[in-house]
Design a protein around this ligand. Structure first.
Ligand SMILES: Cc1cc2nc3c(=O)[nH]c(=O)nc-3n(C[C@H](O)[C@H](O)[C@H](O)COP(=O)(O)OP(=O)(O)OC[C@H]3O[C@@H](n4cnc5c(N)ncnc54)[C@H](O)[C@@H]3O)c2cc1C
Length: 99
């Protein structure tokens, strides 16, 4: 769960960055690291209850988009936990679709 960074990919990204944005010509990489992204089979997150464990609500599996979607995902999770009308249709995100 702690992969090495890929220097070839990082160097390519720097080349592309400098080509697209000349202001970055002198920019240097100060640090590099790699990580693991959680990805569900359909790339949609899991947001909703787990029927087998009453009281447990999941909000996970954001498939590399958890920053961007977090305001809506958090709202949906809160709506489901508090039994409020959900901000969006929760069906595409239900845990049972992956069983
Ligand atoms: C390299 C990389 C680039 C990304 N780029 C983007 C991007 O550009 N845009 C975007 O929208 N998303 C991006 N993401 C995805 C985004 O980071 C995740 O989707 C988001 O952080 C998931 O949030 P989370 O709260 O579900 O999980 P996490 O952020 O992983 O939070 C889980 C937390 O639980 C803690 N934890 C785990 N186990 C335990 C335990 N047993 N007890 C207590 N605490 C525990 C962990 O330490 C962690 O702090 C990227 C991810 C990676 C790795």
């Amino acid at each position: 769960m702690d992969p090495q960074a890929n220097p070839a990919l990082n160097n390519e990204a720097m080349r592309n960055l400098r080509a697209a944005w000349p202001v970055f010509q002198q920019a240097e990489m100060a640090e590099s690291w790699a990580g693991v992204i959680d990805v569900t089979p359909d790339s949609n997150p899991v947001i909703g209850p787990v029927d087998a464990i009453p009281g447990l609500t999941l909000a996970t599996g954001f498939s590399g988009h958890g920053f961007g979607t977090s305001p809506a995902a958090g709202q949906l999770a809160a709506d489901l936990v508090t039994n409020h009308p959900p901000v969006v249709d929760p069906a595409p995100y239900r845990f049972a679709r992956l069983l």
